[in-house]
Design a protein around this ligand. Structure first.
Ligand SMILES: [Zn+2]
Length: 148
């Protein structure tokens, strides 16, 4: 990577921090390390979900599985986060796929440097979930199928 943007003054909002609180420490560490280097500033829109919340998402087609890594895992944390890219011109959230792709390239790069294996939802087959990142580490065979 030739040039990684650097925005040292970026901070997660209190709301984002609260959502990160129940996320696996390695994934949290990765997001904090990556934040100053991401092309687009981000907010965390989801960390852990309850089964009821997940069921509602599946019911309306926003998620495809009840084995989501957003659900509380055996270690008591969530292994997935959803991010929202902030449009630098408006300061508001954007759903432009290119913003998510640009961030994912940098996040994956930093994940590799930090030795934290992750999977990006934009790489899921047949279902582009650009906002979503999840941990690979320790994934058991049944967890490996979990998506979104
Ligand atoms: Zn997600």
């Amino acid at each position: 990577m030739t040039s990684m943007p650097s925005f040292p003054n970026r901070r997660f909002s209190r709301r984002s921090q609260r959502r990160l609180a129940r996320v696996h420490p390695e994934l949290r560490r990765l997001l904090k390390a990556a934040l100053p280097h991401l092309p687009y500033d981000i907010a965390i829109t989801c960390g852990m979900r309850t089964r009821a919340e997940q069921a509602a998402l599946v019911a309306r087609g926003a998620s495809r599985t009840m084995r989501s890594r957003h659900l509380r895992q055996l270690d008591g944390t969530a292994h997935a986060v959803d991010t929202m890219c902030i449009d630098p011109d408006t300061g508001r959230g954007t759903w432009e796929p290119h913003a998510y792709t640009a961030n994912a390239i940098v996040l994956k790069h930093i994940a590799e440097q930090e030795g934290i294996p992750i999977r990006w939802g934009g790489d899921f087959r047949g279902f582009f979930d650009g906002p979503h990142f999840q941990l690979c580490k320790g994934a058991s065979s049944h967890q490996r199928q979990a998506r979104a």
